[in-house]
Design a protein around this ligand. Structure first.
Ligand code: ADP
Ligand code: MG
Length: 336
């Protein structure tokens, strides 16, 4: 569907050259909700913009629906751009047009008939749950509503690819969840392939099925989201994930604690309970749970527990060994 082949983009400004994207290769399949994640300046926006030719390549190729973007010219390029919608962090709505007019404008440009435009806009407004806002101007809408309008507009031409550049970065947590839910519906009900770029791992975790991790212009890791989150291969990815999962042991606990603190990662919702009670009785140790949470990646659970273990030191040692064998991952983060 979208295949990046050794894509590089270099910007030359005065005497400086910036290699924004360096030799990137990976494939996005039809039906994916594909997340490209990485920090600011990693090259995400530049890469995304190559898909609809907003950004020319310095070298390499991008294949969209099997054809090289170099072959898209004139009418074929216009057709391609109509098939690819795009939404942005700051919505980019026309402030002097109503919600209805913002969406209708795209269809007029694509030479839709007047009556078809009316039906299509109303259908889209219904889909994004904003039928009552047709005559409202963007300045009267909340951020979440604005992004819903932008999504409706991006889909207007029966788009089959939707590019999303930080679509939730300007929204609060609750609104983010509802916009992500809508994007999921767009993917499932309308069969639209979605490419989301974001600096927030939570976005990728909550709706993407596959992901590419970008750092300094290169893609350091790609794969199924659950696979990448539970078993990252690249050091940068490991740090990125650890950063969101780490629990700082409060200083008053750190100072008064005896026995080691271990971080246990387990797959499944209840996988840890049996292991803890079994090892506690096998080795005669006590557990003190400092922190625990279950994250959902897609709909699959990943559990993380921080426990302090006390008991005879040889028993504690054996317990850690047993935990390492019986859990997905056991890591001693404080040895005392
Ligand atoms: P991201 O979206 O991951 O934050 P960008 O793709 O926007 O990253 O930028 C990647 C790098 O390319 C940055 O160093 C940025 O300053 C540079 N860059 C992006 N667009 C341009 C441009 N039009 N001209 C010069 N440099 C640019
Ligand atoms: Mg960007």
């Amino acid at each position: 569907m979208v295949e990046f082949r050794n894509v590089s983009v270099t910007f030359k400004q005065n005497k400086n050259t910036v290699e924004a994207v360096k030799n990137v290769s990976f494939t996005i399949n039809k039906g994916d909700i594909f997340g490209i994640v990485g920090g600011s300046g990693a090259g995400k926006s530049t890469l995304l913009r190559t898909v609809n030719l907003l950004q020319p390549l310095s070298s390499g190729d991008v294949l969209v629906n099997g054809s090289s973007i170099k072959d898209y010219k004139g009418a074929k390029l216009r057709q391609l751009r109509q098939n690819i919608g795009m939404i942005f962090q700051h919505f980019n709505l026309a402030e002097n047009k109503t919600v209805y007019e913002n969406i209708a404008f795209v269809l007029k440009t694509a030479d839709w008939k007047k009556n078809d435009i009316k039906n299509r806009v109303n259908e889209l407004l219904k889909f994004v749950n904003l039928s009552d806002k047709a005559d409202t101007y963007p300045s009267k809408l909340s951020g979440g509503q604005k992004q819903r309008v932008a999504i409706a507009r991006a889909l207007a031409n029966n788009t089959d690819i939707l590019l999303c550049d930080e679509p939730t970065s300007a929204l609060d947590a609750e609104t983010t969840a509802s916009v992500l839910e809508l994007l999921k519906e767009v993917n499932e009900k309308l069969g639209v392939t979605i490419i989301i770029i974001t600096h927030e791992l939570d976005v990728v975790k909550s709706i993407c099925n596959r992901t590419a991790v970008m750092s300094e212009g290169t893609v350091v890791e790609t794969g199924e989201v659950y696979q990448v989150f539970t078993n990252p291969q690249n050091e940068f990815t490991k740090q990125l994930i650890a950063h969101t999962q780490n629990f700082e042991i409060p200083p008053e606990i750190r100072e008064n604690i005896t026995g080691p603190v271990v971080k246990i990662t387990y797959l499944g919702e209840r996988a840890a309970e049996a292991v803890l009670s079994q090892t506690a009785s096998d080795y005669n140790v006590r557990y003190n749970i400092l922190h625990g949470k279950i994250e959902y990646i897609g709909s699959k659970p990943l559990g993380i527990l921080y426990v302090n273990i006390t008991g005879e030191s040889s028993d504690v040692e054996q317990t850690i060994k047993a935990l390492s064998e019986k859990t997905y991952e056991t890591e001693v983060i404080l040895s005392a």
